[in-house]
Design a protein around this ligand. Sequence first.
Ligand code: MIC
Ligand code: SF4
Length: 645
Amino acid sequence: MGKTVAYKILENHLVAGELAPGNEITIRIDQTLTQDSTGTMVYLQLEAIDPGRVKTELSVAYVDHNTLQTGFENADDHAFIESVAKRHGILFSKPGGGICHQLHLEKYGAPGKTLIGSDSHTPTGGGLGMIAIGAGGLDVAVAMAKGVYSFTAPQVLGVRLSGSLRPWVSAKDVILYVLKELSVKGGVGKIIEYFGPGVAALTATDRATITNMGAELGATTSVFPSDEQTKRYLELRGRGADFTPLAADEDAVYDETLEVDLSALTPLAAMPHSPDNVAAVSEIAGTVVNQVAIGSCTNSSYSDLMKAAQILSGRRVHPEVSLVIAPGSADILSQLARNGALSAFIDAGARVIECACGPCIGMGQSPKSGAVSLRTFNRNFKGRSGTLDADVYLVSPETAALAAVTGVITDGLTEGPALGIELTEPEEPAFTPGENFVVRPDGCDKKNTPVEMGPNIKPFPQNIALVDRVEGTVILHAGDNVTTDDIMPSDSRLLPYRSNIPYLANFCFEKIDTGFATRAKDANGGVILGGENYGQGSSREHAALAPLYLGVKFVIAKSFARIHRSNLINSGILPLVFVNHADYAAISFGTRLVIEDARAQLDSGEFIVKDADTGREYRTAGHFTDLEKQMLRAGGKINLIKQTA
Ligand code: MIC
Ligand code: SF4
């Protein structure tokens, strides 16, 4: 039977397990990446594991999230990460260098390699034909220490692309279309692999936009073949030697397929407040826009910004609009400075800001009250922009730049040419990405480099081994599609405390329920009930560590998002699934729940959860792999590693 690209790469890296969907497998990890907002935890955990030099071919610690240094906290975190990176042979990418995923594509990503990263958008690397997976911080720390990663082998959903994109329709519209078809949980347990005649015309950065936002499908990762476009991208960056061709076999079998005719696509937008709430731009045309933001790991490549420059060149940003542009990397910014595009932005009246995540994670540029903000980003969860009542729409760079000029949502396909704007595919110049922002760990090791610990960096909470009787009071009904942004909010106020769980925990679930943290502390052992797709979105393990710190004993949900489920297990918190979905509503707030014989039930895959007062029983499922069971018994991954060391 013919093989898919995904399974070819997995097979080449298989260390243990039988490679078939649903089985637990362990693969060799070639590369890891971390960013700073999850990275402080990763490096505290790495120090706790104490591995010496990392076992990967390449590990990079990027700083791109917490770059608003309004106090000492973020700068201390950066110094901490740099010191640990040096001790273990990890490259350190300084703030200002750019966004981790964009930088990793430019400098280090290579076809056929495996990458895991402590950020949910790590699958951006799939645009170059890598198996690139987002994971919790502890999984990344262990991958650096041991050079391997274990997970459940996913199914492969093949997306067959045919036709070609018209001007004003771009890669962002392709992934928005897929999101509309599959929804934010349509990719759970799957790798999304793109194939077919429409692939060849998509550039490597177009592909990276598509694989990046596969995270919003809940997919394990997304991947494209490696072909002439991949070769060209690498050669333009002086990295032709990293190229290897990769294609699925002619007779490759996909578990499911979806057909997308690129020629039939039109500009799309994800409307508030979910990336799968997709409408045609033509349907919402005319909506007044207050802010436009271009950038983020989804759409900040050279060609994305050059398309925006073509639209803005010689024009003025509408008087009622604030336009913000954050280029993806310093190398891209330098290119834009050299070819005049930067002047086009400035002359049009754009605010060009640092090459970093910035507004995407609420680090500045929050829109005004009730604003409509058009963003080229990947997430529009309520309040993520920093303004709770803002309406954020996710669009392509073309649609964003056009609205910045017209002041209203405008369909470029019909209106662009009428406005006299011609869009052509930007011709990328050759440039060798520098390492001006990269510090190599040469000559450094554990003996000559001390860990730099600022006063805001606190130890991470650790669980105890699973006890037989686990008891807790229901302190929250969280609802469907709750995001890790809801569980552990992140914005310019809270991001400086990512290395301080005791402080951060006070804001757990703040956006949904301001009383949660106090109630959890008072209950000394709460239980959270969740709906479908509990914990979607960001990989932040803080969404498991804060509940752990507050004493949460277990979570029962209708279904879980992949990374958050792993983070709960890594923290020793049981993620259980309702067998009867009606029980979510049947169990009322304040009910005392108890699991008796929890250690024994772990083996059966079924947990009986009882109402401690009435004795009523609720059936829940807990199907865990052997490794997951060991972690849960030990009270988390770190405990297990210490036991087996
Ligand atoms: C995000 O886009 O939500 C983040 C910030 O990049 C997160 C990581 C984090 O919460 O630090 C992610 O996507 O994993
Ligand atoms: Fe940064 Fe936004 Fe990408 Fe997350 S989604 S890595 S915050 S740019």
